[in-house]
Unconditional design. Structure first.
Length: 387
């Protein structure tokens, strides 16, 4: 029956009950009892569906280079650089994400642009907290209240101490329930692979800080390795090459653009070139240089060869499990992460391993999509995540 304010009775209850709970809770003398009463009341209301529009379920893939957020019912809503810009004098946060990245190459001595993650682990806890809080705030709707469940993808080689730090950090930013899933497992789910079946599936995730290689079967990892060689190492090598070969300094965005535009792992049918702008380290004046894809390919050869060698080692370790090895040979391996976009990398891996390589659309977001799928079907994927 419509009420005078134009909402149904149920809508009226949903609006009134939170106010009543807060009022009763804060009339209690003990703040601790008030908080406990408030949360217990909320839990009962969530079960009744009355708070479903206030609490959100989210999945996060926070990487060394980019952080992606998935919201239940909405899909992937955010993909921004994992960068925080803040004042050194008082620690005040000036910008996060894309805005902070744009500032990173143009800051003065009073501002620092930092990446909280290093090689897949939290290196700066405070900056990480500020980054995630800020990015989550960017996704908030007008009536968002908090986070009910949070699924976080983590490196497969993470230590128990690092895992505990991730869990504590998630609870500190407001998550009431935290679930952890490894990056390769989340990627496999995002690809639509059923890793619960007795079938070998191989995923190679080349991120910004680590490369994760995993052969999965029966909800576990039969063979794998977490290599501390990834996209950030490629960027550093390109930057060093420009300094040594041309005595030239360029910014982070320029280096990333070089890698994406002319970077390759295998000889191209038609070689590429591009002009870049930077500063001459001798004169201090701006200058323009032309780079060739052949030269950049030589620069990237060493780290890419390390990744291919690790893939071969993971395949060779399956010698005691030949049936899984046959599955991988029949089905091929799946290349995900930003590194999957390097030209010719799939050809190089196939040539070295004799295993076919598959690259999906938008490989950078496949991990967070898988984490989101697990978030929406926690019971179905029980055993793939830890609580």
């Amino acid at each position: 029956m419509p009420c005078r304010y134009g909402v149904t009775g149920g809508g009226f209850i949903r609006n009134i009950i939170p106010i009543k709970i807060i009022s009763i809770a804060f009339r209690l003398k003990s703040r601790k009892l008030a908080v406990e009463f408030f949360y217990k009341s909320q839990e009962s209301q969530v079960k009744m569906g009355l708070f479903s529009n206030l609490y959100r379920d989210i999945a996060i893939d926070f990487g060394t280079t980019n952080t992606l957020i998935f919201i239940h019912g909405l899909g992937v809503v955010l993909n921004e650089p994992s960068v925080v810009a803040r004042e050194l004098s008082n620690g005040k946060v000036l910008a996060i994400g894309r805005e902070a990245l744009l500032m990173s190459d143009k800051v003065h001595s009073g501002i620092a642009a930092v990446r909280p993650l290093f090689n897949g682990a939290i290196g700066d806890y405070q900056a990480m907290q500020e980054l995630i809080k800020g990015l989550i705030d960017k996704t908030k709707t007008r009536f968002s209240y908090g986070i009910n469940r949070m699924v976080i993808s983590i490196p497969s080689g993470i230590t128990p101490v690092e895992k505990r730090a991730v869990r504590d950090f998630a609870q500190h930013v407001g998550a009431r329930k935290v679930y952890l899933v490894t990056n390769p497992m989340a990627a496999a789910v995002g690809l639509g692979l059923d890793v619960r079946e007795p079938m070998g599936n191989m995923v190679v995730d080349i991120g910004g800080g680590t490369t994760e290689i995993a052969v999965m079967s029966l909800s576990g990892i039969a063979s794998g390795e977490c290599v501390k060689v990834a996209g950030a190492d490629l960027d550093n090598l390109i930057s060093r090459y420009l300094r040594e070969e041309y005595n030239m300094a360029v910014g982070e965005l320029t280096v990333e653009n070089i890698k994406k535009t002319i970077g390759s792992a295998y000889k191209l049918e038609k070689e590429l070139s591009m002009d870049i702008k930077g500063i001459c380290l001798e004169s201090g004046l701006p200058e323009v240089r032309t780079l060739r894809s052949e030269d950049i390919r030589d620069v990237l050869a060493v780290p890419l060869n390390q990744i291919v060698t690790s893939i071969k080692k993971s395949l060779e370790s399956l010698v005691t499990k030949p049936e899984i090895s046959v599955d991988v040979f029949d089905r091929g391996l799946f290349l995900v992460g930003g590194g999957a976009l390097i030209r010719g990398l799939d050809k190089k891996i196939h040539e070295e391993t004799n295993v076919s390589v598959h690259i999906c659309d938008e490989p950078q977001s496949i991990v967070v999509k898988g984490a989101g799928e697990i978030l929406e079907n926690l019971e179905k994927y029980r055993g793939l995540y830890s609580i």
